[in-house]
Design a protein around this ligand. Sequence first.
Ligand SMILES: [Zn+2]
Length: 274
Amino acid sequence: MSGTFGRTVTAVTLLAAVLLLWTSMAAPAAQAPRIAIIIDDLGYHLAAGRRAVNLPGPVACAVLPESPRAALLAKAAFAHGKDVLLHLPLQSMSQADSTEPGAIVLDMTRGEFAHSFARSIASVPHAVGVSNHQGSLLTQHPGHMGWLMQEIDAKGNLFFVDSYTTHRSIALNLARESGIPAVRRDVFLDSDRSPETLEREFERLKKLSRQRGMAVGIGHPYPATLEFLERELPKLAEQGFQLVGLREYLAQHADLRPVRNRAAGVEALHFASE
Ligand SMILES: [Zn+2]
């Protein structure tokens, strides 16, 4: 009796072990949903900039060109292992003509554009990517966006982030058609700086990340945002998310690498705007 019972137990144990092995082979652990965060508009306020640079994890630092603290903060961000972005001001719908340093405006010639871009990228050391500051007007213009992608492409090894300041932006698609790795911002975390908005938009970022596997959020160096991220970023891992650097993410993802024909570009754009 006990012998039969023992054999049964052994058989059941063996079966369970085989099943466990089979399921672990059939379903490898799913990759944690990923979140990338960018802090925009760095370069003017030193204390806030330093605090952004010190945020936990690979948070990207987007630095305004020719701003007083641009070089210092870009170097500090690089030293802290952050991805540094040139945060290039592009003319918006509300600016008749922007006086912001390094701003790209509609009435520039191709030569003026190239000269301005060269000065801007030189003023932000260690830049591995370019993102747009404002730009609700310029990101709708194929001509100027085409020039921008030519300049980015000519530098080599730069990626592009469409801050997506207008739903009419064509920048992401043009970047990919130009062979430049690119992503689009999904969520602005702090449009009105209130704790409720930060809470709500951060939850939305997580939800998008769970749905799609990846989501990109942008914040600004406001005290409320920095405090929020200092508190919340360290919790992401235990909540099942992976905070990733943009460069690393773009290097890994085949679906965000360049697409060189229009049909595939439209598909990629569709994927990104889901
Ligand atoms: Zn900005």
